[in-house]
Design a protein around this ligand. Structure first.
Ligand code: NAD
Ligand code: MN
Length: 363
Protein backbone atom coordinates (compact mmCIF):
# COMPACT_ATOMS: atom_id res chain seq x y z
CA UNK A 1 0.00 0.00 0.00
CA UNK A 2 1.01 3.60 -0.58
CA UNK A 3 2.94 5.71 1.87
CA UNK A 4 1.35 9.12 2.31
CA UNK A 5 3.75 11.95 3.12
CA UNK A 6 2.06 14.77 5.01
CA UNK A 7 3.40 18.27 5.65
CA UNK A 8 2.01 19.62 8.93
CA UNK A 9 1.82 23.41 9.43
CA UNK A 10 0.38 24.05 12.90
CA UNK A 11 0.65 27.85 12.58
CA UNK A 12 -0.26 30.30 15.35
CA UNK A 13 -2.52 30.61 18.38
CA UNK A 14 -4.83 27.65 18.83
CA UNK A 15 -3.45 26.14 15.59
CA UNK A 16 -0.76 24.02 17.33
CA UNK A 17 -3.21 23.16 20.16
CA UNK A 18 -5.79 21.64 17.84
CA UNK A 19 -3.25 20.13 15.43
CA UNK A 20 -1.78 18.20 18.36
CA UNK A 21 -5.17 16.49 18.86
CA UNK A 22 -5.55 15.75 15.15
CA UNK A 23 -2.13 14.09 15.23
CA UNK A 24 -3.20 12.03 18.24
CA UNK A 25 -6.11 10.74 16.19
CA UNK A 26 -4.00 10.00 13.12
CA UNK A 27 -1.32 8.24 15.16
CA UNK A 28 -4.01 6.10 16.79
CA UNK A 29 -5.45 5.16 13.39
CA UNK A 30 -1.97 4.13 12.26
CA UNK A 31 -1.73 1.88 15.31
CA UNK A 32 -5.17 0.34 14.79
CA UNK A 33 -4.95 -0.09 11.03
CA UNK A 34 -1.73 -1.61 9.77
CA UNK A 35 -2.65 -0.78 6.18
CA UNK A 36 -2.48 2.95 6.88
CA UNK A 37 0.98 4.31 6.12
CA UNK A 38 1.47 8.00 6.83
CA UNK A 39 4.62 9.96 7.54
CA UNK A 40 4.48 13.45 9.01
CA UNK A 41 6.90 16.34 8.77
CA UNK A 42 6.13 19.45 10.84
CA UNK A 43 7.07 22.95 9.64
CA UNK A 44 7.21 25.91 12.02
CA UNK A 45 6.23 28.49 9.43
CA UNK A 46 4.24 30.87 11.58
CA UNK A 47 4.37 34.37 13.05
CA UNK A 48 7.34 33.58 15.34
CA UNK A 49 9.21 32.31 12.31
CA UNK A 50 8.37 35.57 10.52
CA UNK A 51 9.58 37.72 13.42
CA UNK A 52 12.86 35.81 13.48
CA UNK A 53 13.50 35.45 9.77
CA UNK A 54 11.68 38.36 8.17
CA UNK A 55 9.65 35.98 6.08
CA UNK A 56 6.87 33.57 6.94
CA UNK A 57 8.27 30.63 5.01
CA UNK A 58 11.61 29.88 3.40
CA UNK A 59 12.20 31.11 -0.17
CA UNK A 60 11.74 27.57 -1.46
CA UNK A 61 8.79 26.88 0.88
CA UNK A 62 6.35 26.10 -1.90
CA UNK A 63 8.86 23.79 -3.59
CA UNK A 64 9.25 21.93 -0.29
CA UNK A 65 5.48 21.56 0.08
CA UNK A 66 5.16 20.21 -3.45
CA UNK A 67 7.05 17.12 -2.33
CA UNK A 68 4.21 16.06 -0.04
CA UNK A 69 0.94 14.26 -0.74
CA UNK A 70 -1.14 16.58 1.42
CA UNK A 71 -0.83 19.51 3.83
CA UNK A 72 -2.47 19.57 7.24
CA UNK A 73 -2.80 23.21 8.26
CA UNK A 74 -3.82 24.63 11.64
CA UNK A 75 -4.46 28.35 11.55
CA UNK A 76 -2.37 31.45 11.17
CA UNK A 77 -2.68 34.98 12.55
CA UNK A 78 -0.95 36.91 15.33
CA UNK A 79 -1.40 40.44 16.68
CA UNK A 80 2.35 41.17 16.21
CA UNK A 81 2.25 40.47 12.48
CA UNK A 82 -0.05 42.15 9.95
CA UNK A 83 -2.73 39.80 8.61
CA UNK A 84 -1.50 40.87 5.20
CA UNK A 85 1.72 38.93 5.84
CA UNK A 86 0.08 35.78 7.18
CA UNK A 87 -2.58 35.73 4.50
CA UNK A 88 -0.78 37.05 1.42
CA UNK A 89 2.63 35.49 2.07
CA UNK A 90 1.53 32.09 3.34
CA UNK A 91 -2.07 31.00 2.84
CA UNK A 92 -2.71 32.65 -0.52
CA UNK A 93 0.55 31.56 -2.18
CA UNK A 94 -0.13 27.98 -1.07
CA UNK A 95 -3.70 28.03 -2.37
CA UNK A 96 -2.77 29.74 -5.63
CA UNK A 97 0.59 28.17 -6.52
CA UNK A 98 -0.57 24.67 -5.61
CA UNK A 99 -3.70 25.31 -7.71
CA UNK A 100 -6.10 24.50 -4.92
CA UNK A 101 -8.97 26.07 -6.81
CA UNK A 102 -11.71 24.23 -4.92
CA UNK A 103 -12.60 25.11 -1.36
CA UNK A 104 -14.72 22.29 -0.03
CA UNK A 105 -16.77 22.74 3.14
CA UNK A 106 -19.18 20.19 4.56
CA UNK A 107 -22.17 21.71 6.38
CA UNK A 108 -23.50 18.85 8.43
CA UNK A 109 -25.39 19.01 11.69
CA UNK A 110 -23.79 16.29 13.81
CA UNK A 111 -25.95 14.30 16.19
CA UNK A 112 -25.77 15.79 19.65
CA UNK A 113 -25.10 19.34 18.48
CA UNK A 114 -27.77 21.98 18.97
CA UNK A 115 -28.36 24.21 15.97
CA UNK A 116 -29.40 27.81 16.60
CA UNK A 117 -32.22 27.17 14.14
CA UNK A 118 -35.63 26.17 15.50
CA UNK A 119 -36.54 23.97 12.53
CA UNK A 120 -33.23 22.14 12.33
CA UNK A 121 -33.44 18.70 10.79
CA UNK A 122 -31.12 16.77 8.56
CA UNK A 123 -28.83 19.62 7.68
CA UNK A 124 -26.28 17.88 5.51
CA UNK A 125 -24.86 19.57 2.45
CA UNK A 126 -21.54 20.76 1.05
CA UNK A 127 -20.40 24.15 -0.15
CA UNK A 128 -18.04 24.14 -3.10
CA UNK A 129 -16.40 27.54 -3.33
CA UNK A 130 -14.27 28.77 -6.19
CA UNK A 131 -10.94 29.38 -4.49
CA UNK A 132 -8.61 30.99 -7.03
CA UNK A 133 -10.26 33.88 -8.86
CA UNK A 134 -13.53 35.81 -8.69
CA UNK A 135 -14.00 38.77 -6.39
CA UNK A 136 -10.69 38.22 -4.55
CA UNK A 137 -8.41 39.33 -7.35
CA UNK A 138 -5.34 41.53 -7.39
CA UNK A 139 -6.88 43.60 -10.14
CA UNK A 140 -7.79 47.13 -9.22
CA UNK A 141 -6.34 49.75 -6.95
CA UNK A 142 -6.77 53.10 -5.29
CA UNK A 143 -6.44 56.57 -6.70
CA UNK A 144 -6.18 59.99 -5.02
CA UNK A 145 -5.31 58.45 -1.66
CA UNK A 146 -6.50 60.55 1.24
CA UNK A 147 -8.27 63.12 -0.92
CA UNK A 148 -12.00 63.66 -0.97
CA UNK A 149 -12.07 62.32 -4.52
CA UNK A 150 -10.40 59.07 -3.48
CA UNK A 151 -11.67 55.99 -5.29
CA UNK A 152 -11.02 52.28 -4.95
CA UNK A 153 -11.64 49.82 -7.75
CA UNK A 154 -11.83 46.07 -7.21
CA UNK A 155 -12.24 43.93 -10.31
CA UNK A 156 -13.99 40.59 -10.21
CA UNK A 157 -12.39 38.07 -12.52
CA UNK A 158 -14.64 35.25 -13.63
CA UNK A 159 -13.21 33.05 -16.35
CA UNK A 160 -15.00 30.49 -18.49
CA UNK A 161 -12.29 27.91 -17.74
CA UNK A 162 -12.23 28.56 -13.99
CA UNK A 163 -16.01 28.47 -13.67
CA UNK A 164 -16.25 25.33 -15.77
CA UNK A 165 -13.78 23.53 -13.52
CA UNK A 166 -15.59 24.42 -10.29
CA UNK A 167 -19.01 23.60 -11.80
CA UNK A 168 -17.76 20.26 -13.08
CA UNK A 169 -16.31 19.48 -9.68
CA UNK A 170 -19.69 20.26 -8.07
CA UNK A 171 -21.66 18.05 -10.46
CA UNK A 172 -19.15 15.22 -10.30
CA UNK A 173 -19.31 15.37 -6.51
CA UNK A 174 -23.12 15.30 -6.62
CA UNK A 175 -23.09 12.34 -9.01
CA UNK A 176 -20.51 10.36 -7.06
CA UNK A 177 -22.33 10.86 -3.76
CA UNK A 178 -25.86 10.31 -5.07
CA UNK A 179 -26.94 13.89 -4.37
CA UNK A 180 -30.07 15.13 -6.12
CA UNK A 181 -29.39 18.79 -6.65
CA UNK A 182 -26.78 21.44 -7.27
CA UNK A 183 -27.58 24.99 -6.17
CA UNK A 184 -25.63 27.77 -7.83
CA UNK A 185 -25.26 31.08 -5.99
CA UNK A 186 -25.66 34.00 -8.35
CA UNK A 187 -26.60 37.65 -8.64
CA UNK A 188 -27.20 38.06 -12.32
CA UNK A 189 -30.37 40.08 -11.96
CA UNK A 190 -28.21 43.10 -11.43
CA UNK A 191 -26.03 44.12 -14.35
CA UNK A 192 -23.09 42.01 -13.28
CA UNK A 193 -21.21 40.77 -16.32
CA UNK A 194 -19.26 38.38 -14.19
CA UNK A 195 -22.30 36.58 -12.78
CA UNK A 196 -23.98 36.34 -16.19
CA UNK A 197 -20.95 34.40 -17.43
CA UNK A 198 -20.97 32.26 -14.27
CA UNK A 199 -24.64 31.35 -14.88
CA UNK A 200 -24.06 30.52 -18.54
CA UNK A 201 -21.19 28.20 -17.74
CA UNK A 202 -23.03 26.44 -14.88
CA UNK A 203 -26.02 25.89 -17.21
CA UNK A 204 -23.78 24.42 -19.89
CA UNK A 205 -22.10 22.06 -17.47
CA UNK A 206 -25.47 21.05 -15.98
CA UNK A 207 -26.55 19.66 -19.36
CA UNK A 208 -24.05 16.84 -18.93
CA UNK A 209 -25.82 15.81 -15.70
CA UNK A 210 -29.50 15.49 -16.66
CA UNK A 211 -30.39 13.45 -13.57
CA UNK A 212 -29.22 16.19 -11.21
CA UNK A 213 -31.59 19.06 -10.56
CA UNK A 214 -30.10 22.57 -10.79
CA UNK A 215 -31.26 25.68 -8.93
CA UNK A 216 -29.90 29.15 -9.53
CA UNK A 217 -30.58 31.32 -6.50
CA UNK A 218 -29.71 34.94 -5.98
CA UNK A 219 -27.21 35.22 -3.16
CA UNK A 220 -29.45 37.45 -1.05
CA UNK A 221 -32.32 34.97 -1.23
CA UNK A 222 -29.95 32.05 -0.73
CA UNK A 223 -28.60 33.31 2.60
CA UNK A 224 -32.19 33.52 3.81
CA UNK A 225 -32.89 29.94 2.65
CA UNK A 226 -29.80 28.75 4.54
CA UNK A 227 -31.66 29.84 7.66
CA UNK A 228 -35.27 29.04 6.72
CA UNK A 229 -34.80 25.67 4.99
CA UNK A 230 -31.19 24.43 5.20
CA UNK A 231 -32.35 20.80 4.98
CA UNK A 232 -33.19 21.33 1.27
CA UNK A 233 -29.62 21.70 0.03
CA UNK A 234 -27.28 19.02 -1.31
CA UNK A 235 -24.41 20.72 -3.12
CA UNK A 236 -24.02 24.50 -3.23
CA UNK A 237 -21.56 25.95 -5.73
CA UNK A 238 -20.46 29.56 -5.41
CA UNK A 239 -17.88 32.13 -6.43
CA UNK A 240 -15.04 33.04 -4.10
CA UNK A 241 -16.77 35.87 -2.17
CA UNK A 242 -20.24 34.35 -2.15
CA UNK A 243 -18.79 31.01 -1.08
CA UNK A 244 -16.81 32.66 1.70
CA UNK A 245 -19.90 34.28 3.17
CA UNK A 246 -22.08 31.21 2.72
CA UNK A 247 -19.46 29.06 4.48
CA UNK A 248 -19.46 31.10 7.67
CA UNK A 249 -23.25 31.13 7.71
CA UNK A 250 -23.28 27.40 7.02
CA UNK A 251 -20.86 26.90 9.87
CA UNK A 252 -23.06 28.90 12.25
CA UNK A 253 -26.21 26.88 11.52
CA UNK A 254 -24.48 23.61 12.40
CA UNK A 255 -22.85 24.61 15.67
CA UNK A 256 -20.10 27.09 14.94
CA UNK A 257 -16.46 27.43 13.98
CA UNK A 258 -15.18 24.85 16.46
CA UNK A 259 -16.94 22.18 14.39
CA UNK A 260 -16.29 23.32 10.82
CA UNK A 261 -13.68 21.64 8.61
CA UNK A 262 -12.50 22.55 5.12
CA UNK A 263 -10.36 21.32 2.28
CA UNK A 264 -8.48 23.32 -0.35
CA UNK A 265 -8.36 20.89 -3.22
CA UNK A 266 -6.32 20.49 -6.36
CA UNK A 267 -8.61 17.92 -7.99
CA UNK A 268 -6.09 16.99 -10.70
CA UNK A 269 -3.65 16.00 -7.95
CA UNK A 270 -0.79 17.75 -9.72
CA UNK A 271 -0.07 19.38 -6.36
CA UNK A 272 -0.87 18.58 -2.72
CA UNK A 273 -4.22 19.66 -1.34
CA UNK A 274 -4.50 21.42 2.02
CA UNK A 275 -6.82 20.57 4.89
CA UNK A 276 -7.64 23.12 7.57
CA UNK A 277 -10.44 24.18 9.90
CA UNK A 278 -12.57 27.14 8.81
CA UNK A 279 -11.60 29.00 11.98
CA UNK A 280 -8.54 31.17 12.54
CA UNK A 281 -5.94 31.27 15.31
CA UNK A 282 -8.47 32.52 17.92
CA UNK A 283 -6.09 34.75 19.89
CA UNK A 284 -8.83 35.39 22.46
CA UNK A 285 -8.62 31.79 23.74
CA UNK A 286 -5.10 30.78 22.63
CA UNK A 287 -2.84 29.31 25.31
CA UNK A 288 -5.72 28.27 27.55
CA UNK A 289 -6.09 24.76 26.18
CA UNK A 290 -9.82 25.14 25.67
CA UNK A 291 -10.15 25.33 21.88
CA UNK A 292 -12.43 22.78 20.30
CA UNK A 293 -10.25 20.42 18.20
CA UNK A 294 -13.18 18.88 16.29
CA UNK A 295 -12.88 21.16 13.22
CA UNK A 296 -9.19 20.22 12.93
CA UNK A 297 -9.80 16.51 13.52
CA UNK A 298 -12.61 16.52 10.96
CA UNK A 299 -10.30 18.32 8.51
CA UNK A 300 -7.84 15.47 8.87
CA UNK A 301 -10.73 13.10 8.10
CA UNK A 302 -11.25 15.01 4.84
CA UNK A 303 -7.53 14.53 4.22
CA UNK A 304 -7.78 10.77 4.69
CA UNK A 305 -10.76 10.70 2.33
CA UNK A 306 -8.72 12.58 -0.26
CA UNK A 307 -5.90 10.06 0.20
CA UNK A 308 -8.28 7.22 -0.61
CA UNK A 309 -9.28 6.23 2.92
CA UNK A 310 -12.95 7.23 3.01
CA UNK A 311 -13.46 4.27 5.37
CA UNK A 312 -11.26 5.86 8.04
CA UNK A 313 -12.71 9.33 7.43
CA UNK A 314 -16.07 7.78 8.17
CA UNK A 315 -14.77 6.25 11.39
CA UNK A 316 -13.54 9.66 12.55
CA UNK A 317 -16.82 11.45 11.86
CA UNK A 318 -18.85 8.70 13.52
CA UNK A 319 -16.55 8.81 16.54
CA UNK A 320 -16.91 12.58 16.84
CA UNK A 321 -20.70 12.18 16.70
CA UNK A 322 -20.61 9.54 19.43
CA UNK A 323 -18.65 11.83 21.74
CA UNK A 324 -21.10 14.66 21.14
CA UNK A 325 -24.07 12.34 21.71
CA UNK A 326 -22.59 10.99 24.96
CA UNK A 327 -22.44 14.58 26.11
CA UNK A 328 -19.75 13.90 28.73
CA UNK A 329 -16.99 15.90 27.11
CA UNK A 330 -17.70 19.38 25.78
CA UNK A 331 -15.37 22.31 25.22
CA UNK A 332 -16.58 25.78 26.31
CA UNK A 333 -17.76 26.74 22.79
CA UNK A 334 -20.26 23.87 23.14
CA UNK A 335 -21.29 24.94 26.63
CA UNK A 336 -18.98 22.62 28.61
CA UNK A 337 -15.79 22.86 30.64
CA UNK A 338 -13.61 20.23 28.96
CA UNK A 339 -10.16 20.95 27.56
CA UNK A 340 -8.85 20.58 24.04
CA UNK A 341 -6.92 17.53 25.12
CA UNK A 342 -9.96 15.97 26.89
CA UNK A 343 -11.87 16.25 23.64
CA UNK A 344 -9.04 14.73 21.57
CA UNK A 345 -8.70 11.86 24.03
CA UNK A 346 -12.46 11.23 24.09
CA UNK A 347 -12.50 11.06 20.29
CA UNK A 348 -9.59 8.59 20.37
CA UNK A 349 -11.47 6.37 22.85
CA UNK A 350 -14.54 6.60 20.65
CA UNK A 351 -12.50 5.60 17.58
CA UNK A 352 -11.30 2.46 19.36
CA UNK A 353 -14.92 1.49 20.05
CA UNK A 354 -16.16 2.29 16.56
CA UNK A 355 -13.37 0.30 14.90
CA UNK A 356 -13.90 -2.58 17.30
CA UNK A 357 -17.64 -2.65 16.56
CA UNK A 358 -17.01 -2.60 12.83
CA UNK A 359 -14.59 -5.52 13.12
CA UNK A 360 -17.10 -7.50 15.20
CA UNK A 361 -19.85 -6.81 12.66
CA UNK A 362 -17.62 -7.99 9.83
CA UNK A 363 -16.59 -11.27 11.42
P1 NAD B 1 -11.17 33.10 14.59
O1 NAD B 1 -11.81 32.04 13.79
O2 NAD B 1 -9.77 32.90 14.98
O3 NAD B 1 -12.05 33.34 15.92
C1 NAD B 1 -13.41 33.78 15.88
C2 NAD B 1 -14.10 33.39 17.20
O4 NAD B 1 -14.35 31.98 17.20
C3 NAD B 1 -13.24 33.68 18.42
O5 NAD B 1 -14.06 34.10 19.47
C4 NAD B 1 -12.63 32.34 18.74
O6 NAD B 1 -12.33 32.17 20.11
C5 NAD B 1 -13.71 31.37 18.30
N1 NAD B 1 -13.12 30.09 17.84
C6 NAD B 1 -12.46 29.90 16.68
N2 NAD B 1 -12.04 28.63 16.60
C7 NAD B 1 -12.43 28.00 17.73
C8 NAD B 1 -12.28 26.69 18.23
N3 NAD B 1 -11.64 25.71 17.54
N4 NAD B 1 -12.79 26.40 19.45
C9 NAD B 1 -13.46 27.34 20.14
N5 NAD B 1 -13.64 28.60 19.72
C10 NAD B 1 -13.13 28.94 18.53
O7 NAD B 1 -11.32 34.47 13.74
P2 NAD B 1 -10.74 35.92 14.07
O8 NAD B 1 -10.76 36.17 15.54
O9 NAD B 1 -11.48 36.81 13.16
O10 NAD B 1 -9.24 35.87 13.56
C11 NAD B 1 -8.12 35.64 14.41
C12 NAD B 1 -6.87 35.52 13.57
O11 NAD B 1 -6.97 34.36 12.73
C13 NAD B 1 -6.66 36.70 12.62
O12 NAD B 1 -5.30 36.98 12.58
C14 NAD B 1 -7.15 36.17 11.28
O13 NAD B 1 -6.54 36.79 10.19
C15 NAD B 1 -6.75 34.73 11.38
N6 NAD B 1 -7.51 33.82 10.51
C16 NAD B 1 -6.79 32.84 9.90
C17 NAD B 1 -7.45 31.89 9.14
C18 NAD B 1 -6.63 30.80 8.53
O14 NAD B 1 -5.57 30.47 9.06
N7 NAD B 1 -7.05 30.21 7.43
C19 NAD B 1 -8.83 31.93 8.98
C20 NAD B 1 -9.54 32.94 9.66
C21 NAD B 1 -8.87 33.89 10.42
MN1 MN C 1 -14.21 33.37 5.70
Amino acid sequence: TTLHKIAVLPGDGIGPEVVREAMKVLELLKELDSSLHIDFETFDWNSDYYLENGRIMPKDGLEILKQYDAILFGAIGDARVPDEVTIWQLIMPIRKQLQQYINFRPVKLLKGVPSPLANEKDIDFVIIRENAEGEYSNSGGRLYTGLDQEIAVQNTIITRAGTKKVAEFAYEYAKKHGKQSVTSATKSNAILHSMVLWDEVVKEVSKDYPSIHTDHYFIDALVAYFVSRPQDFDVVVASNLFGDILSDLGSAVVGGLGLSPSANLNPERDFPSMFEPVHGSAPDIAGQGIANPIAQIWSSALMLEHLGRADLADVIVESIEQVLLDNQVRTPDLGGTSTTSDMGTAICESIKKVIHERQVNHS
